[in-house]
Write a protein that binds this ligand. Structure first.
Ligand code: ADP
Ligand code: MG
Length: 622
């Protein structure tokens, strides 16, 4: 079994964790000095690259060559980020495609910078285990799009890590609290980090997480807490010492070393005030030492407006999910800034229940990533047995072709959804035949279950929208549901696809699919052209009934001849002939189609719909 670690690649801090085999619990891997969080900061100096705490220390001295918050730039183009650049003291180059940074006399991409952070964590893990670590689960915010996720994977690859799974941060946090073991529930994950605030509403059912809504503020976090405290301290310094210190420095983050000192002192005081009622701040300034006592009540007055700003996005996310606070079953706190007691109080007030906070909020995402990693590595064998489907699962469609919804080797739990339609006018019943296997035709696969969806309103073929959902839970039970969208009529069935299936069966079925691959594809293609021919014939006949009388005698004859020719071809198995006759019929009916279009009967002769059609019928929508 190869080892997989879990990594939280954060905007402010990153960390790596794994599940301890003896205790079964996820733990963070510290560095040699016992530090658990690695600041996500990379410094480019003439002598080399600094990472983490060392880079953070040079931030004040070399602002233009020290990259932080690079997560904001991952997978993004210049247009996406140009409004954010005023926050960054390092240079971001304009141009096409992904952004590039000019730092330390060279150009680097955001994934390259993140790779440096990831490599540091990889090495940390390797030192801990005394062996190479090559695989990781890495977390990303739930709102990350494909290119941001891809950029995160690229960063892993550059660092020599195979990113076996990208997991949403709120999902990871829920995993760390074991919430995947809830049969079913709605979870609010409130994540207030260093520079960003995210609220996510998740639904968990049988071990599967679904993101119902996300919201937040990309520029609100602990850094802002530090900033208001710094401003307050500066005012105090000025009032008491009549010193002129440049406030703009604070705003612009282009601070000199004194300002950096002040920032660190402010952050340290803020952190102490999360557990203490009162603290003292000492700061050596030019020529004198500044002392100031500060209480919890004082800092809370300063933080109150910032904390309030997180509540709007929470309400919005609830509204978007169509929920009210009382629908939330569990609240999870994530991010170092949720250690602030005022934050906890406000969150508890909003959702009306005590949030989960037993785990360190700045570690919980990495801990959850470790749980996911362990599940993937096959080490967690309790309730949540994340397994893979040994064979593909699908349904039979028109002509006996299989339409796969869940491919073989998909990790379970999983779900898939696809739209189908009918192939016969006025069809009110659809046969659902659930099959398992790798062959192209249903009859060559294992038949798992059959059921019917009845009570569809009679409509022209191709009109009903039938949503088919496959859901495999953590125990490997497959639930298939078919639902006609207009009437809401639904039918479903449950089966255990692996029941009575031996390893030898699986092997044989996979081998056969290779052995018969060519013949299978031939058969499938023939059925597909026949299906297409049938669809066109159905549509032409319908159009003929409706508007045939409007055609000239010659045109009618031509169409009738084309219909007859297609019927003859269809009876044989010459694919090209069927395809040609189909296109000839399409051609012969062009004028008819135009007429119908003009007569606002559009849709009745939509020969383009001639795609895959389901058994006694339904067809996959394109
Ligand atoms: P990110 O997810 O953005 O990488 P983290 O979750 O690590 O960030 O949060 C970092 C923020 O948490 C920093 O602003 C830090 O000052 C703040 N923080 C950490 N511990 C505490 C604490 N005990 N009290 C208040 N704020 C804290
Ligand atoms: Mg975070």
């Amino acid at each position: 079994m190869s080892r997989i670690v879990g990594i939280d690649l954060g905007t402010t801090n990153s960390l790596v964790a794994y599940v301890d085999e003896r205790t079964g619990l996820p733990v963070v891997i510290p560095d040699r000095d016992g530090r658990r969080l690695l600041p996500s900061i990379v410094g480019f100096t003439p002598d080399g690259v600094l990472v983490g705490e060392a880079a953070r220390r040079q931030l004040a001295r070399r602002p233009a060559d020290t990259v932080y918050s690079v997560k904001r730039l991952m997978g993004r183009g210049w247009e996406d980020v140009k409004d954010e650049l005023r926050y960054f003291p390092f240079r971001v180059l304009p141009g096409e495609g992904v952004v590039r940074l000019a730092v330390g006399g060279r150009e680097v991409t955001p994934p390259e910078v993140s790779a440096i952070v990831l490599r540091t964590l990889k090495e940390r893990a390797e030192t801990h285990f005394g062996e190479p670590v090559e695989k990781a689960v890495v977390t990303v915010p739930a709102y990350f799009n494909d290119s941001q996720r891809q950029a995160t994977k690229d960063a892993g690859r550059i660092a020599g890590l195979d990113v076996v799974r990208i997991v949403n941060e709120p999902t990871a946090a829920s995993l760390a609290y074991g919430l995947h073991r809830l049969g079913q529930g709605v979870i609010a994950v409130y994540d207030l980090g260093g520079g960003t605030f995210d609220i996510s509403i998740l639904r968990v059912k049988d071990g599967i997480f679904e993101v119902l809504a996300t919201n937040g503020d990309t520029h609100l976090g602990g850094d802002d807490f530090d900033r208001v405290l710094m401003l307050w301290l500066l005012e105090d310094v000025q009032a008491r010492h009549h010193r002129e210190l440049d406030r703009d420095c604070v705003e612009l983050a282009r601070d000199g070393e004194a300002m950096q000192e002040l920032r660190l002192a402010a952050e340290a005081a803020k952190i102490r005030l999360s557990t203490e009622e009162r603290t003292t701040l000492t700061l050596p300034l030019a020529g004198f030492t500044y002392h100031r006592a500060i209480t919890r009540a004082e800092i809370e007055r300063l933080l109150e407006p910032l904390v309030s700003r997180t509540l709007g996005p929470c309400r919005q996310a609830l509204a978007d999910a169509g929920l009210t606070p009382s629908d939330i079953d569990q609240v999870v706190l994530v991010g170092g800034s949720t250690r602030v007691p005022l934050v906890r109080r406000r969150v508890q007030e909003l959702f009306g229940k005590a949030p989960h906070s037993q785990l360190n909020p700045d570690e919980v995402v990495a801990l959850g990533a470790a749980v996911q990693a362990q599940i993937l590595a096959g080490g967690i064998k309790d309730m949540l047995l994340l397994d893979v489907t040994p064979l593909s699962l699908g349904i039979e469609t028109l002509g006996g072709i299989v339409s796969i919804l869940i491919p073989r080797n998909t990790t379970i739990p999983t779900s898939a959804r696809e739209m189908f339609t009918t192939s016969v006018d006025g069809q009110t019943v659809v046969d659902m035949h659930v099959v398992q296997g790798e062959r192209e035709l249903a009859r060559d696969n294992r038949s798992l279950a059959r059921f019917e969806l009845r009570g569809i309103d009679p409509m022209p073929a191709g009109m009903p929208k039938i949503e088919v959902t496959f859901l495999i839970d953590a125990n490997g039970i497959l639930q298939v549901q078919a639902r006609e969208q207009r009437t809401g009529k639904a039918a479903s069935i449950e089966v255990k696809p692996t029941y009575g299936l031996s390893d030898a069966d699986v092997e044989r079925m996979v081998e056969e699919s290779f052995a018969y691959a060519e013949a299978d594809v031939e058969a499938r293609l023939l059925i597909e052209v026949r299906n297409e021919a049938d669809t066109v014939l159905t549509h032409v006949e319908r159009a003929f009934r409706q508007a045939g009388a409007l055609l000239g005698a010659e045109e009618r004859k031509a169409i009738e001849a084309a219909v007859a020719a297609l019927r003859r071809a269809r009876a044989g198995d010459d694919r090209d002939a069927i395809r040609e006759r189909t296109s000839e019929l399409n051609h012969a009916t062009e004028h008819l189609a135009e007429m119908m279009m003009e007569a606002a009967l559009k849709g009745a002769l939509d020969t383009k719909r001639a795609d895959e059609i389901m058994g006694r019928g339904s067809s996959r929508e394109q």
